[in-house]
Write a protein that binds this ligand. Structure first.
Ligand code: SAM
Length: 196
């Protein structure tokens, strides 16, 4: 069983499939830190994909807390379940369906991760604001500039304070025949904020 309490589980530790994207290790670590999770908290992972954020969040909130992981892709739901099994975690419920509908049925949250939900992100952020407890944290991972623009527009109208925008640009080393070169990955913008 994985016994790391600090974020930073290597990507290689997760079950992967080509069909389901994963939030990469370094980006995931920043997202987990921005959520400021505590034992006992209730957390949504909207667009759970491989389940890597759910796994790390589940370790942070410990067995007294609970993660509600949502995805509308059956491949992602299956993969998330596999990873929960691999890390021996029982404090995560995986929900199949569109987050725009499923969020409405959930209990209030202390923290909400929104990741890679593209054109739906703005609407999901609006719904998430209604589900966050006072002082709850939202953490949104964004790749597309159109999504970034639409989310920034809506954040200003919602009950959020201390809006932080952090762009993470990671380069990873690769050995070549002559030495070691750095290869850049696409930047990810992480918006985080506290519900007023
Ligand atoms: C970039 S992946 C997330 C990766 C994930 N954070 C991880 O750690 O592996 C985005 C996921 O969001 C899901 N998604 C997109 N829009 C959604 C929606 N409206 N409702 C539910 N899931 C959604 C996609 O199916 C995809 O699996």
């Amino acid at each position: 069983m994985w016994n790391y309490k600090t974020p930073g589980i290597p990507d290689e530790e997760f079950e992967r499939t080509e069909k389901v994207p994963i939030t990469k290790e370094e980006v995931r670590s920043v997202q987990i830190c921005k959520a400021r999770l505590q034992p006992g908290q209730i957390v949504y992972d909207v667009g759970c994909g491989s389940g890597s954020i759910s796994v790390e969040a589940a370790l942070q909130v410990e067995s007294s807390g609970k993660i509600l992981a949502i995805d509308y892709d059956q491949n992602a739901v299956d993969l998330t379940k596999k990873n929960l099994q691999k890390f021996n975690l029982s404090n995560v419920s995986v929900i199949f369906g569109n987050a725009k509908e499923k969020i409405l049925e959930l209990e209030e949250a202390d923290a909400i991760f929104v990741g890679g939900t593209g054109g739906d992100t703005k609407e999901i952020v609006e719904l998430a604001e209604n589900k966050l407890k006072k002082d709850g944290r939202i953490v949104i991972g964004i790749i597309l500039i159109e999504t970034l623009y639409s989310v920034l527009q809506v954040m200003g109208k919602l009950r959020f304070k201390d809006v932080d925008i952090t762009q993470v640009t990671i380069s990873k080393s690769r050995k070549t025949t002559t030495g070691t070169m750095m290869l850049a990955r696409n930047p990810v913008t992480i918006i985080s904020a506290t519900r007023v």
